[in-house]
Write a protein that binds this ligand. Structure first.
Ligand code: B12
Ligand code: SF4
Length: 511
């Protein structure tokens, strides 16, 4: 059987100059092709990113029996187009798809007739069998994940597509302004356990053991020996700063065991920085954590509540102050200061203009930063995304799943205002907003009440999803999102608590 794996990404990204983020490699593809090769199943490779137009694809896929693809929501339209082209070139050929979109939006995947087999969930245990005899499986298959990432083989990076671009350090990756090149992207953990309502990845990605710090460092050393010298590292984990015992081992091991303390990009949350400030500071200083990605999202507590961020504006300011202080100290010594990669979200449902100004005001408090602004986007897979889709308020279409601050994402939001805001037309108003009070910026050690997801029965027979520490708190969250139209809940005390992991079981009744 002749098999081809099609790498998905923006058409032409490898042919012309694209954003460095579009040049990064796909770990799902890398992992699964490595497993296949180790089990003797050969796959050829082609990348959509190397095409200048779809008309180039038919001759590249002609003659193959099987097409494999990793489909994320934002690559779904590409996968659909590619599958149709593959089928026209090979009417007897079989298309096998897997990836995130199969798990979060199965009906959309099923609606594409050219997808012969669709694998939900993790692929590592099933990929060999499904690539060997796909027709032995039903159309929709559920994969199972390994117990730990230490059970995954190291990715053979030469199985990634080679962009053949001048200056692209394949099989390493190019620098993007976060640290010197060449870059190695790597994962140490698979899923973030928090439950922000615009993300909820723990509801669709299986929890699994984190890789040991030693295994991660040994892989970086090997990459450095084989393809280096390595310039910096991007730790792609959704949430690096979790599990203090793991972080302490990383703190102890990385400076001693790694060939060099390569500077790295990795993600944290403001509330945990405030809870474990000493650990955070030690990691920045001793492991060269030079680009700290934080999902600050908003400077408004009300909006952080709508996002179920379980962080406060005071947590955000605590983290900003700490990084400012560290940065000032590095700058005084003539060293490159650590910086924030600050994720900011605007156009959140229910947000007032003043609240958006507070977010921009918070950005101004950061002295060492790169800003990554987004408009709130109702992704399938996320709690608020599913709820807004059910309310008929999502403007995202299957052809357009991204959260860049240009397209309109949710009905009823004044995007013209937000475009003006980003263009600087409200800078004076922003300057007049107060910073959060300093008195509220002490470290936080008291545990906060856990948030839950609640399903409230509505008078029309449907159900409304809301979240908070108690049912009353969850209704308060709904009121923040829907100020003019409070939901008509039958009985606020008779609601059902559901687990984040079970979210997808309740979608049919949302409204
Ligand atoms: C790295 C990463 C990126 C990289 C991707 C680089 C690349 N070329 O792949 C970059 C930074 C570019 C990126 C960008 C974006 N990302 Co991103 N990203 C991730 C991240 C952190 C890790 C992905 C990863 O490597 N996972 C590890 C691999 C092993 O997993 P995997 O690919 O899913 O593969 C497994 C299974 O899906 C399955 N599988 C996969 N393919 C196949 C195929 C077959 C045949 C089979 C059987 C099985 C199978 O098996 C694999 C092993 O179990 C995830 C979060 C996460 N925790 O995974 C978000 C995530 C995928 N990203 C997400 C989003 C929203 C985005 C953006 C849209 C954000 C934005 N800026 O607007 C952009 C889109 C950019 C664009 N071009 O439009 C969402 C996607 C949600 C969704 N519904 O698809 C995620 C889940 C984050 C989140 N929680 O919101 N991202
Ligand atoms: S947004 Fe960040 S902190 Fe929240 S659940 Fe997703 S990865 Fe975790």
């Amino acid at each position: 059987m002749k098999r081809i794996w099609l790498d998905l990404g923006d058409l032409g990204a490898f042919a012309a100059s694209a954003s460095p983020f579009d040049l990064w490699q796909d770990h799902g593809l890398g992992l699964l092709r490595t497993i296949l090769l180790q089990r003797g199943v050969v796959t050829h490779l082609c990348s959509v990113r190397s095409l200048r137009g779809w008309d180039q694809l038919p001759s590249l896929v002609a003659g193959y029996d099987l097409l494999l693809m990793n489909v994320r929501s934002y690559t779904f339209p590409l996968a659909r187009e590619a599958a149709q082209i593959f089928k026209r070139a090979n009417p007897e050929g079989v298309v096998v798809t897997g990836g995130m979109h199969a798990t979060v939006a199965l009906p959309e995947m099923e609606s594409v007739g050219a997808f012969d087999r669709i694998v939900k969930g993790a692929g590592e245990q099933i990929i060999v069998d499904v690539a060997t005899d796909p027709l032995a499986f039903p159309r929709v298959i559920t994969g199972a994940s390994a117990r730990s990432m230490d059970d995954w083989p190291r990715i053979d990076r030469t199985l990634w597509p080679n962009p053949r671009l001048p200056g692209y350090p394949w099989p390493l990756e190019p620098e993007c302004g976060w640290g010197p090149g060449p870059v190695a992207t790597i994962l140490t953990s698979r899923v973030c356990p928090w439950q922000c309502s615009f993300c909820n990845e723990a509801s669709f990605i299986a929890n699994m053991g984190r890789r040991s710090p030693e295994a991660v460092i040994d892989e970086l050393n090997e990459i450095d020996d084989r393809y280096g010298p390595l310039g910096s590292v991007v730790i792609h984990d959704s949430m690096f700063f979790q599990q203090p015992s793991w972080l302490e081992r990383w703190l102890d091991t990385y400076p001693r065991r790694a060939h060099r303390r390569w500077p790295y990009w990795a993600a944290a949350r403001a509330d945990t920085v405030r809870r474990w400030p000493d650990l955070f500071e030690a990691l920045v200083r001793e492991t060269n954590w030079s680009m700290i990605s934080i999902g600050f999202e908003s400077g408004s507590d009300r909006m952080l509540r709508v996002l179920n961020k379980e962080c406060t504006a005071a947590d955000n300011y605590f983290t900003i102050d700490l990084v400012n202080r560290l940065g000032d100290e590095y700058a005084r010594r003539g060293q490159e200061p650590p910086k924030l990669w600050a994720n900011i979200m605007l156009a959140i449902p229910g947000e007032t203009r003043e609240e958006a100004f507070d977010t921009m005001r918070m950005v101004r408090a950061m002295r060492y930063r790169q800003i990554s602004p987004a408009f709130y986007s109702p992704y399938p897979g996320s709690a608020l995304g599913y709820q807004l889709i059910a309310e008929g308020r999502s403007l995202m279409t299957e052809d357009n799943y991204h959260r860049y601050p240009k397209d309109e994402k949710v009905r009823g939001i004044d995007y013209a205002f937000y475009r003006d805001l980003l263009a600087g037309r409200y800078d004076e108003e922003i300057g007049r907003r107060p910073f959060a009070p300093i008195s509220d910026r002490a470290p936080a050690d008291a545990a906060r009440p856990a948030h839950h997801f609640y399903l409230f029965d509505l008078r029309d027979g449907r159900q409304k999803l809301a979240y908070g520490a108690t049912p009353e708190d969850a209704l308060e969250t709904l009121r923040a999102r829907l100020p003019g139209a409070p939901p008509d809940v039958i009985d606020r005390d008779r609601c059902r608590v559901i687990k984040q992991r079970d979210l997808q079981q309740y979608l049919d009744h949302l409204g």
